[in-house]
Write a protein that binds this ligand. Structure first.
Ligand code: HEC
Ligand code: HEC
Length: 291
């Protein structure tokens, strides 16, 4: 906390919303610091992406708008009718790591299972236990609203094949081990590249470790995503380790600007719950600083 205050004094602050972040930091520190399943489910985005109403955690209904149409996240609470109450641990792990349903139907990669592929099973099971420790949410699932041919789930078999060919060929490192907690949090649990990695054909990602950002898809769409590599000109190479830690706690950039939209949610529902040393590890990984 002291670090947050010290950093705040150093910066010119532009938006009131910061207060909200600081207050929720206090609140969080007191309430739930030991619940690792909860923290993992927040940092991995499971909570953020599967919750549209905070009174119905994991009840689904959150909309993800893409150029393929709008995806509506399903209910993954322990409700037996609408959620995953009937699922065993094996089925849960298979969905998260392989993107396949208990009946072997493929999931759309908007559910970022390609990042979770290398998540530790023990971490996935902590998330499972956390979700099953909460009340069931009785909320129906809505259908995605996708354009043809993406609305045909079977076409995902083609996507999976293309993804396998393109990714494996160009990204040998993808199957290597993580060298630090920071790298694991960035490239697996926190799936930062799900937004910050450049896309190719059919939104396939060639290199899961490339955080070079995305260009706008059209002049009107305003959907570019910044480069967060350690490049000094294009990326965040001039940020310090504590700039990054502070940003992932509060959403405030080194120039005093407050972060916008999607990234604000990633922080508010995710990274601000991480411990100080984990955030430092992320910062070191992003800046490629050796310990
Ligand atoms: C960016 C949004 C997003 C994130 C982050 C996300 N999911 Fe999902 N998830 C989805 C969407 C959308 C679907 C539906 C995919 C489909 O219909 O093919 C889904 C599907 C699922 C399913 C299958 C449900 C069913 O009824 O078949 C499970 C289980 C699940 N997610 C759990 C998780 C867990 C656990 C995490 C965190 C480790 C997570 N999700 C993170 C968006 C997300
Ligand atoms: C859902 C998409 C999404 C995910 C996932 C995501 N980001 Fe972002 N991120 C964005 C967007 C959009 C912006 C631009 C927001 C802005 O500039 O105000 C951004 C901005 C940033 C910035 C500021 C860059 C700059 O130059 O201003 C940093 C640093 C950052 N993200 C780090 C991360 C890290 C670390 C992770 C993983 C823990 C992550 N992001 C995951 C969408 C995402």
């Amino acid at each position: 906390m002291a670090l947050v205050i010290k950093n705040l004094e150093k910066r010119k602050i532009k938006k009131f919303i910061i207060l909200y972040f600081i207050l929720s930091l206090f609140f969080f520190n007191d309430a739930v610091s030991n619940e690792s399943g909860k923290v993992l489910s927040f940092v991995a985005g499971c909570y953020g992406c599967h919750t549209s109403n905070p009174n119905q955690p994991f009840g689904g209904g959150y909309e993800v708008k893409t150029k393929y149409g709008t995806f509506i996240s399903p209910n993954i609470s322990k409700d037996e009718l609408n959620g995953i109450g009937n699922w065993g641990k094996e089925q849960f792990i298979k969905a998260i790591k392989e993107g396949l349903s208990p009946k072997n139907k493929p999931y759309y990669p908007v559910f970022p299972y390609n990042w979770y592929t290398k998540m530790k099973e023990s971490d996935i099971l902590e998330i499972y236990d956390y979700i099953f420790s909460l009340p069931a949410v009785k909320k129906n699932n809505a259908n995605h609203d996708l354009i043809f041919p993406y609305n045909i789930r079977e076409s995902l078999w083609f996507w999976r094949l293309a993804n396998k060919i393109i990714t494996n060929k160009n990204n040998i490192e993808y199957n290597s081990k993580y060298n630090s907690r920071g790298e694991y949090l960035v490239n697996s649990v926190g799936h930062c590249g799900a937004c910050h990695a450049p896309l190719t054909f059919l939104s396939i990602i060639k290199d899961y470790k490339n955080l070079g950002g995305r260009k706008e898809t059209s002049k009107f769409s305003n959907d570019s995503i910044p480069n967060i590599s350690n490049d000094i000109n294009e990326g965040i190479g001039l940020w310090t380790e504590s700039d990054i830690v502070f940003f992932l706690q509060t959403g405030i950039k080194p120039n005093g600007d407050f972060v916008e939209e999607d990234m604000a949610l990633i922080i508010d529902h995710g990274t601000k719950y991480l411990k100080q040393d984990e955030l430092q590890d992320i910062a070191r990984y992003l800046l490629k600083i050796k310990k």
